[in-house]
Design a protein around this ligand. Sequence first.
Ligand code: CA
Length: 226
Amino acid sequence: MKKILVLEDEPSIRSFVVINLRRSGYEPIEAATGEEAMERIRQHPDILVALLDVMLPDIDGFEVCRRIRATGSKMGIIMLSAKSQEMDKITGLMTGADDYVTKPFSPAELTARVDALYRRIGGDNVEDALSSGPFLLHLHSRTLDKNGEHIRLTQTEFTIMKLFMNNPGRALSREEILSAVWGEDYSGEVKIVDVNIRRLRIKIEDKPTEPEYITTVWGYGYKWGY
Ligand code: CA
């Protein structure tokens, strides 16, 4: 699992961040104070990314960042700071942070930054996620992001996306999709493929009536056009 430290003293913000990270396939490790954060890092040496709030009741986020770097750790660090703390950006980056996000932030913005940092530090191995154009398919949590925005998929839709993203540019016949997704023994009609593709297009295409990702191969089937 992709462990990520979430240091934030405000319980409501912390749970908001935790819920969204979990939804994106991360395993958040929570801390409410700087001291607690250092303790969690000792307990979980496999934490690869840390989100550090700047304003904390004990040692501040910058000091935590400094202490993490002092241990020789190369983990990715994102500072969370209020908008008024513009100067903090500079201080934060000087103490060894990789990125910063200003409050208030949207879940999509935060997870996009975390995903990007995770990829930069090499935490995302090949088996963990498939990426194609604006899409990132998380194989562990079975979720899909488009431009960092979470898209809700049914298990069937997820399996179709995985098939497409594993076969970019290849025309897949409807029968082939049917047996790969529903199984060889499925006795229903092949029409179920079209029904699911139509629904999937509504979810993932910019314009479902003019699909550019899942394109139709007339008289045959479908193709992942990326
Ligand atoms: Ca705070």
